[in-house]
Design a protein around this ligand. Structure first.
Ligand code: UDP
Length: 258
């Protein structure tokens, strides 16, 4: 987000955004669970133009050992953006932003996993952003919690997440890249709809109290919607395929040859 830019009109006189959405409308979201054979759990997500994959291993022995907690498991998340995920080639490897995002996602997930059931272990979560168009941290967290559930890790609940913000003076749900770049506020958050617990909230820019409240209302409603899509992905994985590891017959023959 680089501040308000008067040259770019993000919302027209009818309140319609540049991608045709209304202020409180989310981009289309699709989630598929159990897409990787080698990981203990996985999920692939497309959210507007974002494409994100999450893979989970564990609980497994924690390395390095000095990081082990004798009382509980630790959740270690690595959020990574592929070089080709953004318009300018992204330099490979961790940077300040990805380290921050990995930390906040780890903390949100650690809150829902029953970590005390698995002392001394590590639950490793890998998030790869294949294509980015704003909102990748919330997309990553949404995919990662579905992947944790797919791995069969006991959790209090799934963690749906979404960003709200402000563009051309309007509070908007689920910012796209232009709104993220040229809007005046970005507020990613994660919430458990069942309990109302907030597991992630960051704020960039400025909102009045009224705008903030409106944003929270939008986010609450969207989290409920995302939660249903997450549950549906898991239901499809386990009901339709009988919990089988065969995620896709077309790919299994390639796997066998490898
Ligand atoms: N972005 C980029 N290059 C980078 C980091 C981010 O082009 O090195 C883009 C990408 O589309 C991302 C957006 O900027 O989704 C917004 O980034 P932000 O840090 O706000 O995180 P996000 O909204 O993805 O959670």
């Amino acid at each position: 987000m680089s501040g308000i830019n008067d040259d770019i009109k993000l919302i027209d006189e009818n309140g319609i955004r540049i991608d045709g959405r209304k202020a409180d409308e989310m981009r289309p979201l699709k989630i598929e669970a159990g897409v990787l054979k080698r990981a203990d759990g996985s999920a692939y997500l497309e959210w507007g133009k974002n494409k994100v994959i999450a893979a989970v291993y564990g609980p497994r022995e924690c390395h390095p050992r000095h990081m082990q907690d004798p009382a509980k498991a630790i959740v270690q998340c690595r959020y990574n953006m592929m070089s080709f995920s953004v318009s300018d080639r992204k330099r490979p490897g961790p940077d300040r932003r990805s380290i921050e995002i990995s930390k906040i996602i780890s903390e949100a997930l650690e809150y829902v996993v029953f970590t005390e059931n698995f002392p001394r272990t590590s639950i490793d979560v890998y998030i790869e952003v294949l294509q980015a168009n704003a909102g990748t941290r919330v997309a990553g967290l949404t995919a990662a919690s579905a992947a944790l559930a797919d791995a069969g890790i006991p959790m209090k609940d799934l963690v749906p997440a979404v960003a709200v913000g402000k563009a051309d003076g309007h509070v908007v749900l689920d910012l796209n890249k232009e709104e993220d770049n040229f809007g005046s506020a970005d507020l990613p958050m994660a919430m458990i709809p069942r309990t109302g617990e907030v597991l992630l909230m960051q704020m960039d820019g400025h909102l009045t109290m009224e705008e903030f409240d409106k944003g929270i209302e939008y986010a609450k409603k969207a989290c409920q919607e995302i939660y249903e899509i997450q549950k549906d992905a898991l239901r499809r994985r386990y009901a339709d395929q009988g919990g089988s590891d065969e995620t896709d017959d077309e790919f299994s023959s390639i796997d066998e040859e490898a």
